[in-house]
Design a protein around this ligand. Structure first.
Ligand SMILES: Nc1ncnc2c1ncn2[C@@H]1O[C@H](COP(=O)(O)OP(=O)(O)OP(=O)(O)O)[C@@H](O)[C@H]1O
Ligand SMILES: Cc1ncsc1CCO
Ligand SMILES: [Mg+2]
Length: 263
């Protein structure tokens, strides 16, 4: 992918300021909402099963994240994802700790069958959805990149979705094409919910009308470049998290295109 596509994507996002409907976990809700505001989108966290269908059709995109899953929330996710699909509203799935329990595995598979535009997970999560032992440690990955990338391609082909598997190098595939994003910083793994932030940013780019592969690459490159800038000014995870929001807000298209390391 040409890096100039990234600056176009960012301009489209800021122009559209898309309403992004999130059904997400209680650990990251605040960081996710702030990251979406910082990049130029409008977040809303709406998760009652009584209202998600009515709400999702008002949104430009939907983000579904199973991090702190409860049965009523699972029902709300299914209703919202199904309704989004029927209404042509793109959505992105984050299958947090999908391999850890049967409840998570079954929920993630059920949601995947509703065809998100993009599936974004760490290596262990994508391996679990490919039916392999992903070796995760709770919400954290323990997977080797090579196996996870092969699993991403397999899941993308099987389900007909774009799969993004994150790590030191991110890989995005539609089952045929493969794009890598080499940006990022190890401090991203010392703040909770940066993967969830990546997923939400992908949702914002989907809401701006970008095709799934472009939206996924743009979301990951945006986060990775902002993280590299934030790390330079950070004393540790706490100041890094604050600086990350500042850098997402301040990022311009020319800098994004110049600093993105796409392969
Ligand atoms: N070692 C690393 N070096 C640089 N960037 C990294 C590294 N590991 C992960 N990242 C980046 O951190 C972000 C989160 O990816 P990660 O794979 O850790 O997600 P995750 O495990 O789902 O996170 P969480 O559960 O905390 O939301 C991505 O943008 C990814 O590129
Ligand atoms: C720590 C944690 N536990 C459930 S979700 C979550 C946020 C990172 O995925
Ligand atoms: Mg995660």
């Amino acid at each position: 992918m040409n890096p100039t596509e990234l600056s176009t994507a960012l301009a489209m996002l800021r122009d559209a300021a898309p309403l992004v409907h999130n059904i997400t976990n209680q650990v990251v809700a605040n960081l996710t909402a702030n990251a979406l505001l910082a990049i130029g989108a409008s977040p809303a966290m709406v998760q009652a099963e009584e209202e998600v269908e009515e709400f999702v059709v008002q949104a430009a995109a939907l983000v579904v994240n199973i991090g702190t899953l409860l049965a009523p929330q699972r029902r709300a996710m299914h209703l919202a994802a199904r309704h989004a699909g029927q209404a042509g509203i793109p959505w992105v799935l984050d299958p947090v700790a999908a391999g850890a329990t049967a409840f998570r595995r079954e929920t993630a598979q059920d949601l995947l069958a509703l065809r998100p535009a993009v599936l974004r997970g760490n290596g262990s999560e994508i391996l679990a959805l490919a039916g392999e032992d992903g070796g995760g440690k709770g919400v954290d990955s323990g997977a080797a990149t090579g196996r996870a990338v092969a699993a991403a391609r397999a899941v993308a082909r099987r389900e007909g979705v774009v799969v993004a598997v994150t790590g030191a190098i991110d890989h995005v595939t539609d089952g045929t094409r493969m794009v890598t994003v080499g940006n990022g910083h190890p401090l991203l793994t010392r703040v909770t919910g940066t993967g969830c932030t990546a997923t939400a940013l992908i949702g914002a780019f989907l809401g701006a009308g970008l095709p799934p592969l472009t939206a996924a690459v743009a979301g990951l490159a945006t986060l990775g470049v902002a993280a590299e800038q934030a790390a330079g000014a950070a004393a540790g995870p706490a100041s890094f998290q604050v600086a990350l929001l500042d850098r997402l807000h301040g990022l311009d298209g020319a800098t994004l295109a110049a600093r993105a390391r796409l392969g």
